[in-house]
Structures are given as C-alpha cells and as structure tokens.
Write a protein that binds this ligand. Structure first.
Ligand code: ASP
Ligand code: MG
Length: 383
C-alpha cells in the first residue's frame, strides 16, 4: 500500500480536486490510502471567523462563515457530487461553536481545535465523493477516531501505540478493495475531545498512517516539484533535489522549509518507509525521494531559511567543514551574518531579516552554482 497526501493548494478548486482524483485513479494498482488537508486557505479562514466572533464582531464572523460555506457548496456543485446535506450539517455544527465563542468572548484551545477541525472534515467528505465520481472505490474514515493524542490542544502529540493499533484495524492490509480517505491534522485525545497536530499537521498524519500499516511509500503531494536547494519564497532558481536523507529532510523542515511539517519524518524514519515529495500540478516530475539511503557527505543539500528570524542555514550530511568557506563568502559579499551554530547537519547563520535574501543568494552561488574560480578562492582552497 502507499499513502497519498494532498495539501490544501492541491485541493483549492474543483479542477484541482479533479486533478487529484485522476492522480489517485492512476495509482490504484499501488493500493493507495488518501490523506487530505483542508481545501485551500480554509483553516486560516476558520480561525479568522473564530477571532471575529471572540472580538464581538458576530456580524463579520457570520458573513465570512456564509462565504466559506458557499465556496464549499460551489466546489461540490462544480464537481457534480451530492454532498450538500452533509456540508450544511457540518456548517450548522460549526455555527454552534462560533456562537459559543461569541458568548464566551474568547477562544479556548479546545474550541480552537474544534473550529479548525472543520476544514479537514469538509475536504475529506468532498474528496471521497469526488473520487467515487471518478470511479475510485473510496471509503471515508473519520481521522478523529484513528489518531489518538495527548490533550495538548492546538499542538497535540500522537500516542503512537494506540494510534497504530486503531489504524491497523481500520485499514487492514489484506482488504485492498477500498481506498480509505481521511482528513489529516485532526485527531482526538483519549477522552474523545477533538485535538489537532499543529499547523501543517496533515503531513504528520500521512506519516503516522504510513508507519502504522508499514506502507511501501508515503507520497506528499504539494504545489512544488520537491525539496529545493533554496526556499522559492526567498529566492527563485533553486534546483529540485532528487534524493535526501530522513535526517536532512528533518533538519530542513526544522530550519524553516515549508514543504514538510517538521515532525513528519520521524514515524516514517522509524519504520524505514520512504517519503516522496510530488507536485500535483506537474505529476510527471519525479519529485524528491527521502530515505535512509547512504548519501554523499560533506555536500550542501539545501539552504533553509526563517526570514522573519533572520536565520539562514546550509543543510547537508557532514557539512560542518564548510563553515569557514560559507563565512568567507558572506564576508566577501559584505553581508553581516554571525555564524551561530555548526553541526554535522547544519551551518547556521544569524543575520538581520532584511539581509536574508542576499545571504541566501551568496550561499546559493557559492555552494550550488558552478562559478568561475577566482584567484582568491584558489589561494583559499590551497591554504
Ligand atoms: N489544514 C491544516 C493547516 O492549515 C493542516 C494542513 O494543512 O496540513 O494547518
Ligand atoms: Mg503543508
């Protein structure tokens, strides 16, 4: 079996969902289980609605809620699926939560989780119906009944033993006649109250499910070709990495790469399940493979950035001997950045937020682009 996880941007419209359905249909021979994020920007929109309600602006909350409902109904209509009743029932339930927030005047962490859960509850319902419409024998599973967490609302930690037992029961490897579909990100505490795995947590769900059933592969479908040598939001022209190790991917996610939720890799790594990053808008691209495979050491794989914090990091297994080369390249370019940490997997620089783009540019040229060797560089290499 394989796990196919689709992010919000891969599901942002009816045509995007149709593209996803075609990708799943084309993979039926590999026996997929499908994990979905909320549609487009739904989670942010839900949380804004809750904030307006908490601030006493019930009218705006109501207006935005109706717009969100209309968008979901419109996507369903465009897909030609009949799930209006289920969508309306979910929005009725959500209205109850929003009223509660309005009367309390604040959003408790458990209410936050309740509100945030609607995005994935809605998207999993819609994607299940869309898959059926394309002829995929999809079966909806409620992720809140499968992923068990502690009670740390808004950023709950999964209890893996309980979760794996439930997942294995719900998705028996022997029964391959149906394609399970479930929402990522959402879970429940042991007492049944809804929790969530933290923003971007659908990747984490996919990894947990993949590890639980010992899947052949976990595919994370997103809107970029794969992990890149630099963050496309900071600098264009990054190259797509063909393969990296679990440790490098974890490091990149921790240091700001937005492609993967930072906790995602651990369950897959423990079970040695390969993770693939794929582009739902460019499905013929092979993407990035993340495995335990031995890799070339002492080579920079990527530059991870946290622009708001002014942090820029070169990531790669055995990258540490290159610290002074990186420092020298930045110094030559007149960028003030302090070398703040060197380890086997990272060389981390701290600079001002406004210097991040130029620091990335300099390091990318130095480590990823073939540049003519200057006399100083040759002298430096000989030293
Ligand atoms: N919908 C959730 C979020 O926006 C989880 C996810 O997309 O992975 O954070
Ligand atoms: Mg994501």
């Amino acid at each position: 079996m394989i796990i196919m996880k689709f992010g919000g941007s891969s599901l942002e419209s009816a045509s995007a969902i149709q593209r996803v359905a075609a990708i799943v249909k084309g993979s039926l021979a590999s026996h997929p289980a499908v994990v979905v994020s909320a549609i487009g920007k739904t989670t942010n929109r839900l949380l804004h609605i809750a904030e307006f309600a908490a601030q006493g602006d019930a009218l705006t909350a109501w207006r935005k809620l109706l717009a969100l409902e209309a968008d979901h109904l419109q996507i369903a209509a465009k897909l030609g699926i009949t799930v209006d009743r289920e969508i309306e029932a979910l929005f009725d339930e959500l209205r109850g939560d929003i009223l509660e927030i309005a009367s309390l005047g604040s959003i408790s962490p458990s209410l936050w989780d309740r509100v945030a859960s609607f995005g994935e509850r809605l998207s999993s319902l819609i994607v299940t119906a869309a898959l059926r419409k394309t002829g995929v024998p999809a079966k909806h599973l409620d992720a809140r009944r499968l992923i068990v967490t502690d009670a740390h609302h808004t950023e709950a930690a999964p209890l893996t033993i309980e979760t794996y037992a439930k997942v294995r029961r719900a998705i028996p490897c022997a029964d391959r006649s149906l394609v399970p579909v479930l929402g990522g990100f959402i879970a429940s505490a042991e007492d049944g109250t809804p929790t969530t795995l933290g923003r971007g947590g659908s990747d984490y769900t996919a990894s947990l499910i993949g590890a639980a059933i010992n899947a052949d592969e976990i595919q994370i479908w997103t809107d970029v070709d794969g992990m890149l040598t630099c963050d496309p939001r900071v600098r264009e022209g990054g190259q797509c990495l063909k393969s990296i190790t679990y440790e490098e991917a974890e490091e990149m996610a921790r240091l700001g790469a937005k492609v993967l939720h930072p906790e995602t890799i651990a369950p897959a790594r423990k079970q040695r399940v390969p993770v693939m990053i794929r582009n739902s808008r460019n499905p013929s691209h092979p993407g990035t493979l993340i495995t335990a495979a031995a890799c070339e050491t002492g080579v920079a794989k990527s530059i991870a950035t946290q622009p708001d914090l002014g942090r820029v990091a070169l990531v790669g297994t055995g990258i540490h001997p290159h610290a002074s080369r990186a420092q020298e390249a930045l110094r030559r370019a007149g960028i003030s950045a302090t070398l703040s940490e060197v380890s086997y997997l990272r060389i981390l620089f701290q600079s001002e937020p406004q210097s991040v783009t130029s620091a990335v540019d300099v390091l990318h040229r130095e480590f990823f682009e073939v540049a003519p060797r200057s006399p100083e560089r040759l002298a430096l290499a000989a030293a």
